[in-house]
Design a protein around this ligand. Structure first.
Ligand SMILES: O=C(O)CCC(=O)C(=O)O
Ligand SMILES: [Fe+2]
Length: 322
């Protein structure tokens, strides 16, 4: 027996409880966000075939020639194609950018057209698939925050279980992003200097992550120095608390550090993942959650907007390497 946190200790929450026993579901989600800021979710409502299809077209997209991908490179709103090594997530220890390429989608309108970018032809053809995944991820996150608001007993006079909802409406201008990620293989094994995604925490309220077949994701539990692998469990998504929610809850909920390493058994294989970064509207002030269960405010409370937070974080953790 050991007290060290292990992969098997990562909570698995059955989200069908949200319909059948909402108070219990809310307690489980609150506990997972307090203790680790990270959990698996099963019975989450995503259609398995749709997720499969999304991964299929994602692979086809990244298989295209480099020049084609460069035609839709990242724009001033951070949507579009990001090249191999272009993003560097851990400025403290990384010498070179992440060994990954990605594509960021903005939110979509009612006709499944993206709000802040022009899509490459392949994605334009499949825009309903990506738009629907984006909207479903957003709806899931709203429910997760509703569960947290229930567990925190936010007073009805303050908005109760819907306290978060108006701050995250899909109509708001925000940093929300559906991101497709491709981690190409490497021939260099056990190279401590190279990494698929450097250590970081996410910026917004929370993140939904779909993994597929190839592992490598690791988490660093709060107050620990031991990285813990996050094994892939088929048909489960992974949820993590991000920085803004940690700020709102005055540290009650933990924005967990994570990274993607080259595992020796799979470093010669392509890895694909899909993340949805869920954010409050850019102009929303990161006020504290009104609840007796939130730790007391101290004097140094600094209120910033969600957009400022994103901008600050991008400025320190995002490097353009053209
Ligand atoms: O690909 C993964 O498994 C994690 C990606 C991630 O953490 C990120 O893009 O913020
Ligand atoms: Fe992340």
């Amino acid at each position: 027996m050991t007290d060290t946190f292990q992969s098997k200790d990562i909570p698995i929450i059955d989200f069908s409880l949200f319909e059948t026993n909402r108070p219990l579901c809310a307690q489980q989600i609150k506990l997972a966000c307090e203790n680790l800021g990270f959990f698996y979710l099963k019975n989450h409502g995503f259609n398995e075939k749709d997720v499969e299809d999304t991964f299929h077209y994602t692979k086809l997209y990244f298989d295209q020639p480099h020049e084609e991908k460069q035609n839709y490179k990242i724009n001033e709103h951070y949507y579009g194609y990001i090249d191999l090594r272009q993003e560097l997530l851990d400025l403290e220890t990384q010498k070179i950018g992440d060994h990954k390429e990605s594509f960021n989608f903005s939110k979509f309108d009612d006709n499944d057209d993206p709000l802040a970018q022009t899509l490459p032809p392949l994605f334009n053809e499949k825009k309903s698939l990506y738009s629907s995944l984006s909207k479903k991820c957003h709806q899931l996150c709203l429910k997760l925050l509703q569960a947290l608001a229930i567990a925190l007993e936010i007073p009805q006079s303050e908005g109760g279980e819907y306290w978060f909802e108006s701050k995250h409406s899909y109509d708001l201008k925000s940093g929300d992003c559906l991101r497709l990620i491709h981690y190409p293989p490497t021939v260099v094994k056990n190279d401590q200097k190279d990494i698929r995604a450097g250590s970081h925490s996410d910026y917004g309220s929370m993140t939904v992550l779909f993994q597929k077949e190839i592992g490598g994701l690791e988490i660093l539990p709060h107050n620990s120095t031991e990285w813990v692998p996050v094994p892939i469990i088929p048909n489960h998504v992974v949820i993590n608390v991000a920085d803004c929610l940690q700020f709102w809850s005055k540290g009650l909920f933990k924005s967990i550090k994570h990274r993607v390493i080259f595992r020796e058994d799979t470093c010669n294989l392509d890895r694909y993942s899909i993340a949805y970064f869920f954010h409050a509207g850019s102009d929303i002030v990161l006020d504290r959650i009104p609840s007796k269960l939130i730790p007391k405010d101290d004097d140094n409370t600094k209120y910033i907007t969600a957009g400022e937070h994103l901008q600050n974080k991008l400025n320190i953790s995002y490097q353009k390497v053209y």
